[in-house]
Design a protein around this ligand. Structure first.
Ligand SMILES: C[S@@+](CC[C@H](N)C(=O)[O-])C[C@H]1O[C@@H](n2cnc3c(N)ncnc32)[C@H](O)[C@@H]1O
Length: 257
């Protein structure tokens, strides 16, 4: 019976198979702590990611008793409380791929909107890449979770990209700005609403949208076609990880007509 381990910073999060009893859980936690030198804490993931803010609860099993940590990926640092905000270390490569695609599209003065930004991994990774390539674009970061927003502000300072990022926080549906964006990232939560109406309201002709959908490829393509109607061009789509057995996250990319 396999149990899954995710590592955020120096905290190991074990998602135990349902047949584990408390003693086996504790023994595996101790072994995990001993076997991974950089880990300081091991916790159990309790229940599934849930709610609008996509968070989950944990139970301490071994090592230091804390829930805050600093995670390093793609040359960036992200400080957070693992229970108070969504963050998946499994999406590190996805963030790298999308940041590199954004780099190819961005020019000086491009306006980039990152919806559902969490602790700001996308805005920060993109800002660092743009700076390295001497492109001065403006990145707008939007997130509903107030606690995630506090971490995001700290992370922007930690990564020294304050001059690239503006926060326009709150419900994505209510984003009020006169800007029309050149690039929009929609790494959405797995929820009913596609938020495409909002993205299209903030787009102009030629805007490139990066969209995450869940389930089957056919379902994702049909929800985009339904909500974006005839306002978008050709949709390119690829698998971007699994969310459950036989259920996948899909990355779709399309331009506004
Ligand atoms: C799948 S997570 C992505 C987080 C981040 N992009 C990342 O890669 O770590 C989705 C995020 O959307 C946020 N969210 C949910 N509903 C929202 C809404 N209506 N407006 C803005 N953000 C929302 C959640 O709090 C969560 O942080």
């Amino acid at each position: 019976m396999q149990s899954g381990l995710d590592i955020i910073g120096d905290i190991g999060i074990i998602n135990f198979h349902k047949y584990y009893n408390p003693i086996r859980k504790w023994l595996l936690a101790k072994k995990t702590l001993k076997g991974n030198r950089h880990l300081k804490t091991v916790v159990e993931k309790k229940g599934q990611i849930s709610g609008e803010l996509r968070t989950f609860k944990t139970k301490h099993l071994a090592g230091e008793r804390r829930k805050t940590t600093t995670h390093k990926e793609n040359n960036c640092l992200f400080y957070m409380d693992i229970e108070k905000t969504y963050f998946s270390p499994r999406l590190s490569n996805e963030r790298k791929i999308i940041s590199e695609e954004v780099l190819k599209l961005a020019k000086n003065n491009s306006k980039i909107l990152v919806m559902f930004a969490g602790v700001a991994p996308y805005p920060i990774a993109i800002a660092k890449l743009l700076r390295k390539n001497k492109i001065k674009a403006k990145i707008y970061s939007n997130e509903l979770n107030e606690k995630a927003n506090k971490f995001a502000e700290k992370n922007v300072r930690l990564n020294k990209v304050k001059d690239y990022i503006t926060f326009i926080n709150g419900n994505a549906k209510n984003i009020k700005t006169k800007e029309k964006f050149d690039i929009i990232l929609m790494q959405r939560p797995n929820a009913e609403d596609t938020f495409l109406k909002t993205a299209l309201r903030l787009s102009k002709k030629g805007t490139t949208i990066f969209y995450h959908g869940f389930g089957t490829k056919e379902k994702v393509l049909s929800e985009i076609k339904k909500d974006a109607k005839n306002k978008v061009g050709k949709i390119s789509i690829r698998k971007a990880g699994d969310i459950a057995p036989f259920k996948f996250r899909w990355q779709a990319r399309f331009r506004v007509k």
